[in-house]
Design a protein around this ligand. Sequence first.
Ligand code: ADP
Ligand code: ASP
Ligand code: MG
Length: 410
Amino acid sequence: MALIVQKYGGTSVKDVDRVKHVAQHIKSFRDAGHDMIITVSAPSGVTDKLIDMTKKFDKRPPTREMDVLLSTGEQISIALLAMALNDLGIPSVSMTGSQMGIMTTDAHMKARINYIKTDKIRKELDAGKVIIVAGFQGITEEGEITTLGRGGSDTTAVAVAAATGADLCEIYTDVDGVYTADPRMVQNTQKLAMITHDEMLELASLGAKVLHPRSVEIAKMHGVKLSVRSSYETSKEGTFVVNRDQLEKEFVVTGVACDQKVAKIGIFDLEDKPGSATKVFQALADANVNVDMIVQSAMRNNMNDIAFTVPLDEVDNALEVLHELKDKMSMSDIVSSTNVAKVSIVGAGMVSSTGVAAKMFSVLAQNEINIQMISTSEIKVSCIIEKENDTPKKAMQALHDAFELDKING
Ligand code: ADP
Ligand code: ASP
Ligand code: MG
């Protein structure tokens, strides 16, 4: 008998029929004698609909109120799943993040879990109940409702698994594992039997939304055994996220990802003296803007240009902050573009190979795709390219083909 945490994503609980299907699957684990904790997302499309409603207001809504609204989606799923289990004669109890005690920071819409109270979980498990917890949400010490960022239900599941010392955490979704690229965007993708935490973390952070990045970090940090699998074809083996020393075979490039939800910002003629960059990036940090891929041009006439990327939904906030700053320090202009995407290749074996970045650049060049910015780490190379004209899809396919990811399984 094991303690198993399972997470079902939006499409897996999109209507009552799918919820009933999930309940049957949970029953099979109960019948085998396992203790079960279940995390669910909002039914597919619900979170998007809630966000759409808030776009009708003239001003950007306060993030506190956004969280009060967005947290309602998951509450629908937990209640329906408890009802479906009740139909099958399986005792269960649903809990919101605050009822369970998923304690988070107060960064609304991108809160991080500090710790999870386990007393109620233990009590209900001892009473023989299946526990159903709302994903994506938590509560601050002050009792404020928070959410963990889009896709955050994965993180709830892994964090609950870590807090309870669960034997396994299974993420059930609409694909049967982690592929060499998003199978909806690229042809001939291959399912990976295993992927390292570091590769998965890069892929997730670079746009492969199959797992929320923070869930992978927590799994690595706490040694949670994590797998991704299909809620539609439950008999299929999924992908295990593992430590590097558990890999059976290491690849130079394991996957291609693309993030189309980025924006590029450029600041011109910033004075070239100590403290200039600090002022800019401190102001952005104070406003909770996530900055990525910073590039500073060669200095001329004691002036520098700096370009960087931010998440698309933070660009308005970033520009507001920068325009305020423009009045206080010397810079000639601030420009931005939302017609950009970040395409990346990731692989644990890259660290000991040469020529990988050069090959990526030449593949993009052969396809007439201009590279606007570049960033690298030991196991990834990312390029900013244009978003229009289907360029991201073209780039992903070309990279997937050139690095022969269609042949990764032999
Ligand atoms: P859920 O609602 O279950 O959390 P998501 O839509 O968040 O599901 O994540 C699953 C989706 O992630 C898949 O449908 C797929 O289109 C996308 N995806 C992106 N990159 C990958 C990848 N490398 N492997 C598998 N799926 C991927
Ligand atoms: N419902 C939230 C979202 O759509 C969280 C999740 O599905 O993981 O982003
Ligand atoms: Mg998801």
